[in-house]
Design a protein around this ligand. Structure first.
Ligand code: NDP
Ligand code: ZN
Length: 355
């Protein structure tokens, strides 16, 4: 079978591999709709998690079940499914402690395009099918559905971890598809004012539709100053970090007020200097004592998460398809879509490939 792979740091290409084998509790799935992620860009072009050789990329997919193992109960060949980006080992200690994304060590639930071949192949393997697949609801468009495995799950996690109360003031730093999903999540959790920080016009438009009340252009002025000026110098109750380099954590802490949460869902592809660190502002952080709490999270995965996100969409609470700005037809277009995600033209939010 054919797949689009990371050949080594900085290089991608099409490769041939064996179709994956299916374990007794697993499934082998064919892609129906795929999307590249900015994380694929960090992984390949920044070498952020180390080198990978001939590893098939991709972790955002809707699919058609091709084969299931003998012990799989709820799925059969031909079923249309949502495949979460994160497919935890549900029987592990970390999952039982409530952190399924971290099974088998930090980020261990993230298997596709990290520790095993991803979904950009003609077939891909899904562990624990009954726990890690969800049925694609009838009537959900592929453009909407393919945003669930990662964009909605990650963005909503950013809002969940931010402890947003009714009327909380929220700043979302970065309004790519992850930040936009965080804005939608913040609104659904009852936020009052939502500051959306970013510049790309396509994103600004959707940010307003998803609930942003203020747009902050970080290129035309200091983010912290602009948000402080708009909040009587106070700052915000919650910051969701969804873009930018390591320096963005300085802004996040400086714009957060005491008692706030800084909820990071950003993937820091690189750090500062030889020590590869992410600096925090000593004074802005109240010398470490200002009750400005940092939360971090990898995208939640698994079946129930996907079913709940599908419920949000099917009940018309938000329309994730608004983020699908570039829709390609055909598996062969994957490379073009991935490179577009790398280039990030101004009219792009998210490319989607309908297979
Ligand atoms: P995009 O590149 O599409 O969006 C990034 C956003 O950050 C843009 O709006 C950009 O602005 C903005 N930005 C850049 N620099 C700054 C800055 N200094 N201050 C404020 N905003 C800034 O990324 P995605 O939305 O696709 O992904 C966001 C991050 O989430 C990535 O790092 C990705 O790898 C990570 N991610 C993490 C996951 C997880 O499980 N935690 C899962 C999936 C993705 P502009 O509008 O000017 O371009
Ligand atoms: Zn991702």
């Amino acid at each position: 079978m054919k797949g689009l792979a990371m050949l080594k740091i900085g290089e991608i290409g099409w490769i041939e591999k064996e179709r994956p084998a299916c374990g007794p509790r697993d499934a082998v799935v064919r892609p129906l709709a795929l999307a590249p992620c900015t994380s694929d860009i960090h992984t390949v072009w920044e070498g952020a998690i180390g080198d990978r050789h001939n590893l098939i990329l991709g972790h955002e997919a809707l699919g058609i079940v091709d084969e299931v193992g003998s012990e799989v109960k709820d799925f059969k060949s031909g079923d249309r499914v949502i495949v979460p980006a994160i497919t935890p080992d549900w029987e592990t200690d970390a999952a039982q402690r409530g952190f399924p994304s971290q099974t088998g060590g930090p980020l261990g639930g993230w298997k596709f395009s990290n520790s095993k071949d991803g979904v950009f192949g003609e077939f891909f393997h899904v562990n624990l099918a009954d726990y890690n697949l969800a049925h694609l609801p009838k009537g959900m468009s592929l453009e909407a559905g393919v945003m669930l495995p990662d964009m909605l799950s990650t963005g909503f996690a950013g809002a969940e971890n931010a402890n947003i109360k009714f009327g909380s003031t929220v700043a979302v730093l970065g309004i790519g598809p992850v930040g936009l999903s965080a804005i939608a999540g913040a609104k659904l959790r009852g936020a009052g004012r939502i500051f959306a920080v970013g510049t790309r016009p396509a994103s600004v438009k959707v940010a307003k539709e998803y609930g942003a009340t203020h747009i902050v252009n970080y290129k035309e002025g200091d983010t912290v100053e602009q948000i402080r000026n708009a909040t009587n110098g106070e700052g915000v109750d919650a910051v969701i970090v969804a873009g930018g380099g390591y320096e963005v954590m300085m802004d996040a802490i400086n714009v957060a007020k005491p008692g706030s949460v800084v909820s990071n869902i950003n993937y820091f592809g690189s750090g500062m200097g030889d020590q590869d660190v992410i600096p925090l502002p000593r004074i802005g952080w109240g010398f470490g004592m200002a009750d400005k709490n940092i939360m971090t999270g990898l995208c939640p995965g698994g079946r129930v998460r996907m079913e709940r996100l599908a419920e949000v969409v099917m009940c018309g609470r938000m329309d994730p398809a608004l983020m699908a700005t570039h829709v390609f037809k055909g598996f062969d277009k994957l490379e073009e879509a991935l490179l577009l995600m790398k280039e990030k033209p101004k009219d792009l939010i998210k490319p989607v490939v309908i297979v």
